[in-house]
Design a protein around this ligand. Structure first.
Ligand code: ZN
Length: 430
């Protein structure tokens, strides 16, 4: 998506600080860094990501490839493309190169929803080119999300509109009262109107059903969210766990294309019965086209639940972080760390990447062809190092596991523009 406010103050400062890092890197050009080249009108490509191991599940591709980019599009995906053909070259040898990651559950309404975080240092700087803000804003507060976040940041931000008009502005750990405790704040007519006016950025409806957020009238609130989602023909994302009503009753109200987030949570209201078997209603929902999303979060991902569900052949369709203020400094940190936890759990690298690229792109109707490195696609690329060692991972209930692989973001390309990560400087010729 073209950012109409690309020169906004925020965007400017982000890029300015990035430029500082780019310059620092000029003297440290080595493996995985970008080498500067002399400008020439003869260059065929703007940027060449060269020599990396490309993992692109959208085309069943797991091989060494060079990715050539011109005018913000993928224009070549081959082997042995000459460095001299590109104005900038990113040496990705021994790195993992994937489509730009898509995180379908984050909270980036920084400064309005108490859980909001700044998007750019946590998303585009860490391999995530596209995010879906999952309900931070409702009909009353969405205009601010659009104006001050979606149009102002470099990360590509879409939204699910909270069925409560106040969005997630009421809740913080010091004021633990959610947006649905008073159903007078649920107004499907206003929700529908806001979506109709912002169809370019709103991709669905979000509802949270935990008891301290939705009280005892969760099914009534869900019915109103259902009404709004059906009216605009968009999916409904439902945050499950700890609700007054049983998960089976919630699942019965979901339709094909809807999304359950926090699918592998550990406490009450999760997907396992008291004998730790996957509920038959969960399988039935998946069979009829309801998607299971991870939405790790501060309280919503349990290794134990995931291990038990995986042993019963129930895997998530998408892996998202639910990154926000209260998990940013652990246990979530970022999407790459969340993906690494699924490597620990036994998913292969392509399976993990698929759940944050191709599968995520199928979940919502993103206007561009995201989640793929196919020729002609938006030039969103993420570069990671896959580090080997002993890494301790912590879930949302404090359980620890030692994994042996960790994806660490190195650089990101969004619409052909290069971003470095905080950890590794890159050098730009431009
Ligand atoms: Zn969330």
């Amino acid at each position: 998506m073209k950012n109409p406010d690309a020169d906004s103050r925020r965007g400017f400062f982000w890029r300015a600080s990035l430029a500082g890092r780019l310059l620092c890197g000029l003297t440290a050009a080595g493996e995985g860094s970008l080498s500067a080249q002399v400008n020439s009108p003869n260059f065929r490509y703007d940027l060449l990501v060269r020599g990396g191991r490309v993992v692109d599940p959208s085309q069943n591709l797991f091989d060494d490839r060079d990715v050539a980019i011109t005018a913000g599009r993928i224009v070549q995906l081959g082997a042995g493309i000459s460095e001299s053909e590109a104005r900038q070259v990113l040496n990705a040898k021994e790195k993992i190169v994937t489509p730009g990651l898509i995180d379908v559950h984050v909270h980036v309404y920084d400064g309005v929803a108490p859980l909001g975080i700044p998007a750019d240092p946590n998303c585009v700087a860490k391999g995530v080119t596209t995010v879906v803000d999952a309900g931070s804003a409702g009909a009353h507060t969405f205009p601010g999300l659009r104006k001050y976040v979606i149009k102002a940041v470099d990360t590509r931000v879409y939204a699910l509109l909270n069925i409560s008009v106040v969005g997630q502005s009421t809740y913080s750990p010091d004021n633990p009262f959610g947006e649905l405790l008073d159903l007078r704040y649920v107004n499907p007519r206003l929700t529908i109107k806001a979506i109709e006016q912002n169809r370019d950025t709103i991709l669905g409806v979000k509802i949270r059903l935990t008891r301290n957020l939705a009280g005892e009238h969760d099914l009534r609130a869900l019915g109103l969210a259902r009404e709004a989602a059906d009216a605009v023909k968009l999916p409904l994302m439902v945050h499950i766990g700890g609700s007054y009503s049983a998960l089976q009753e919630i699942l019965a109200m979901l339709k094909p294309g809807d999304v359950i987030t926090h699918s592998f949570r550990g406490r009450d209201g999760g997907i396992l019965d008291d004998k730790e078997r996957v509920l038959p209603q969960v399988r039935a929902a998946v069979d009829r086209g309801v998607h299971l999303d991870v939405g790790h979060g501060a309280g919503s991902f349990s290794f134990d639940t995931a291990e038990k569900a995986f042993r019963q052949d129930l895997l998530p369709g998408t892996i998202s972080s639910d990154l926000h203020q209260y998990n940013l400094n652990g246990p979530v940190f970022d999407l790459a760390t969340t993906l690494s936890k699924f490597l620990y759990l036994g998913l292969t690298l392509p399976q993990v990447i698929e759940r944050a690229t191709a599968n995520a792109a199928r979940l919502f109707a993103f206007p561009q062809g995201l989640g793929t490195l196919r020729l002609g696609a938006e030039a969103d690329v993420a570069v990671f190092s896959l580090e080997e060692g002993n890494f301790e991972f912590v879930d949302s209930v404090g359980a620890r596991r030692t994994g042996h692989q960790k994806l660490v973001p190195v650089a990101t390309v969004k619409s052909g523009r290069l971003y470095g990560s905080a950890s590794i400087p890159v050098v730009s010729a431009s």
